[in-house]
Write a protein that binds this ligand. Structure first.
Ligand code: ATP
Ligand code: MG
Length: 313
């Protein structure tokens, strides 16, 4: 993986990935939707000893519970009513290579138990067969859920969580790596430009560049990629950028575009509140209980504010 990122957060991720990719450790990739978890899994494989071996991706959300075993372990003819032919499962196909469980947080508890046994025993028995087969796998998994929270809520098995999470790589949302936004946009413009035969380079004025850097990109890199695509394919730059702008300032505007007094007050209050919380957290060395006590608010509402204002140490 060439280090292309300017963001310190991503440079740290890249450093960890280069270290752990060549090992056989299980890696859990976490991060919001569209941050590049799927792409990272492929990059990890390409940096590993198994790069020339099979890479099998399993979309955990798409496998119904009833089909989990037959999809994963395969089946012999006649193993169940519809099983006419022999079918290799994902695990056997991945033998010697890498198995990537995407959206692992969507797996039911029942399927989680079956997966755990496979990982622990390193062998499978396909349906309708009684000969276990030894397999050699490296496991990668990705999730946009907070799996530790899923574990504490009893929705995800703790033992499986620890098996998958030998190393965790967290991909930060785009709004936490704003240094990279323009470079990524440039990358997508080039890509898309090549596809379109180099035409329709969007007119990126300084104001538009600033808009792209300031926008929150809730859909992360995928949203940025789609934004550039639509710019280049539809050539609707002024419309696209005015949408971006209004998405940043939802509501509160009068017909001539000026902000109403109540909206202005709301924003100023929000900014002050954020600053006060941030300062107090810094003063207490991020001791949240003490911060809540000083500010005379409940611990719970402090946590909610930290989330709302996206405060980070
Ligand atoms: N560093 C990057 N450089 C260029 N393109 C990227 C990068 N990271 C992600 N992308 C692109 O952004 C899009 C989203 O990436 P990807 O599908 O890997 O995200 P994801 O985290 O798996 O999303 P989801 O949770 O929705 O499955 C893809 O088209 C991918 O090619
Ligand atoms: Mg994905």
């Amino acid at each position: 993986m060439a280090s292309r990122s300017r963001s310190p957060r991503m440079q740290e991720v890249e450093r960890i990935v280069r270290r752990v990719a060549p090992t056989d450790l299980s890696i859990l990739i976490t991060g919001e939707t569209g941050v590049g978890k799927g792409l990272l899994a492929k990059q990890i494989v390409s940096l590993s000893q198994r790069r020339d071996q099979p890479f099998i991706q399993v979309n955990s959300a798409a496998i119904p519970d009833t089909l989990f075993e037959s999809e994963l372990f395969g089946h012999k003819p006649g193993a169940f009513t519809d099983a006419n032919a022999e079918r290799q499962g994902h695990i056997e196909r991945a033998d010697g290579g890498t198995l990537f469980f995407d959206e692992i947080g969507e797996l039911s508890l029942e399927s989680q138990a079956k997966l755990l046994h496979t990982i622990e025993d390193r062998e499978i028995t396909s349906l309708g067969s009684n000969l276990p087969l030894r397999v050699d796998l490296r496991i990668l998994a990705a999730t946009s859920k907070d799996l530790a929270e899923e574990v504490s809520q009893g929705r995800f098995r703790r033992d499986l969580y620890f098996r998958l999470n030998e190393i965790q790589v967290h991909l930060p949302p785009l709004r936490r790596r704003r240094e990279d936004i323009l470079a990524l946009a440039d990358h997508f413009i080039r890509n898309q430009g090549a596809e379109l035969g180099g035409r329709r380079i969007p007119d990126l004025t300084p104001e538009r560049l600033r808009l792209m850097q300031d926008y929150a990109w809730p859909g992360n890199i995928r949203e940025l990629e789609n934004f550039i695509k639509s710019l280049m394919v539809l050539g609707n730059a002024s419309l696209a950028f005015s949408r971006l702008k209004s998405a940043m300032n939802p509501g509160g505007r009068s017909a001539d575009g000026r902000i109403s007094l109540p909206e202005m007050v709301r924003r100023v209050e929000g900014r002050v509140e954020k600053k006060v919380i941030e300062r107090t957290l810094q003063r207490t060395g991020w001791h949240r209980k003490n911060t809540a006590a000083i500010l005379n608010i409940s611990y719970r509402s402090l946590l909610a504010k930290i989330k709302q204002f996206e405060l980070a140490r």
